[in-house]
Design a protein around this ligand. Structure first.
Ligand code: ZN
Length: 442
């Protein structure tokens, strides 16, 4: 850090991007003009595999800036000759307005933002006003349930894009209509799959960690870069007819792997089990703890409430035991309860770049996947807390306060009322920009 990876003289470097790095120190990747052009070419191929043409209007919602996302989507689209609508993240009102007014046909988004848009469009009954046909979705691994919801909600086909800042950015691979893995561009990168524990290369078809060697990258070439992403090389040719080789849909990260009672477990395996229970939502959280001298996995999952909570929890635990070999503690709760957890979650996790216009029911969900976002400001966190507290908490506490309660509850209610008043005061100070409580600029 900062420029140790720079492999060309500075006069050839035209831009840097940065990832947060696994240890917290940012990793800075320098790009030459050729790297930038190569990246755009690869992203253009992604659009072509998805059947997107120069006639399309592409609404780009991932962030711009140090992050490689937004600008990668844009450069590829411009090279393709499509019309770019460079929205950037957040501001859902404007996103929807442009989507309708400009009749954009393609949405580029992270999976969580695509889900937010899908839900918003459903809620407002706007589906017949939009013209989207395809979504190019990047940067997060996601489950089938969530994917299906976005597909149905937006009425689009979905193409998952692969990429990482160290190797250009998003656009080094994409899924096709065959929906079985992602094609990658083997004239730009060489992919090996290795055993995450030993580093030994694995034969085609076997699951392991993706290791990438760049073939023509100039600014920061990499040899056998360990991505920590888990996948496999899919042998044979793809039914879609595209001749580029394929890797399987990502199965998680090698550093996501946890050991419970001596068994290796990936979150993906839990997700697959949860998907077999129709009453459970696509939202879940895994917590690991060390209880009474034993490693324990607790699974928290939202349910629609149509089935008995305890019976379903027992069934999930039994299924995990049967398929993976250990018994987790499973806790089900209604989506409403999840909203209440949102307040805690944002305090623990910080905030997300998109959070400022999220309705509160989104916050809990995004707290779970929050570590994908960068550049969160304190302002956004305060805005998010405001949304939660204003929208739900104060109202709810008000309702409780109006009800009659037993004597035993009186001290609690009094305390709650006090806290509510205190909170309203603090909120007013935050809104008035009181520097003493805000501690942030603007
Ligand atoms: Zn294909």
């Amino acid at each position: 850090y900062p420029l140790g990876l720079m492999a060309e003289p500075e006069d050839k470097i035209v831009r840097i991007h940065s990832s947060s790095g696994t240890t917290g120190t940012p990793v800075i990747i320098p790009y030459t003009a050729r790297d930038i052009d190569d990246w755009a070419e690869q992203f253009k191929r992604c659009y072509e595999v998805a059947g997107i043409t120069a006639e399309d209007r592409i609404q780009i919602t991932p962030g711009y800036g140090l992050w490689t996302a937004g600008i990668g989507f844009q450069a590829g689209a411009e090279k393709l000759g499509a019309m770019v609508v460079p929205m950037g993240p957040g501001n859902t009102e404007k996103q929807l307005q442009f989507m309708v007014d400009l009749q954009t046909t393609v949405i580029g988004a992270t999976s969580s933002y695509a889900l937010l848009l899908a839900e918003e469009i459903e809620k407002r009954g706007m589906k017949d006003q939009i013209a989207l046909t395809k979504g190019v979705i990047g940067s997060e691994r996601w489950g089938k349930k969530m994917r299906d919801r976005v597909k149905a909600g937006l009425g689009i086909s979905i193409y998952d894009i692969y990429g990482l800042t160290e190797v250009y950015g998003p656009g080094i691979g994409i899924s096709c209509d065959a929906e079985d893995g992602m094609h990658y561009w083997d004239d730009y990168i060489y992919i090996e799959i290795v055993d995450p524990a030993t580093g030994e290369p694995l034969p085609d078809g076997e699951w392991g960690e993706i290791v990438i060697t760049t073939l023509v990258k100039e600014g920061a070439p990499l040899i056998r870069f360990r991505t920590h992403d888990l996948s496999r090389i899919i042998p044979g040719t793809c039914p879609c007819g595209c001749a580029y080789p394929r890797i399987g849909a990502l199965q998680g990260r090698s550093d996501d792997m946890v050991k419970i009672h001596g068994v290796n477990v990936f979150p993906r395996q839990i997700e697959e089990i949860l998907q077999t229970f129709p009453a459970l939502s696509s939202e879940y959280q895994i917590r690991l703890s060390h209880l009474e001298g034993r490693d324990t996995m607790r699974i928290y999952v939202e349910t629609d409430g149509t089935q008995d909570f305890l019976d379903t929890a027992d069934a999930v635990a039994a299924e995990v035991k049967r398929r993976i070999g250990f018994t987790p503690l499973v806790k089900l709760f209604s989506s409403e309860y999840a909203n209440q957890l949102a307040y805690d979650a944002i305090q623990i996790h910080g905030g997300s770049g998109f959070m400022k216009d999220y309705p509160c029911e989104r916050l809990y969900r995004d707290a779970r996947i929050m570590n994908i976002y960068e550049g969160t400001s304190q302002l956004q966190v305060v805005a998010a807390i405001n949304a939660v507290t204003k929208g739900t908490f104060l109202e709810q506490i008000g309702r409780y306060a109006a009800e009659s309660y037993t004597e035993a509850m009186c001290p609690v209610v009094t305390k709650l009322k006090e806290l509510t008043v205190k909170f309203s005061e603090m909120q007013a100070r935050v809104e008035a920009g009181d520097k003493e409580v805000c501690g942030f600029k603007d």
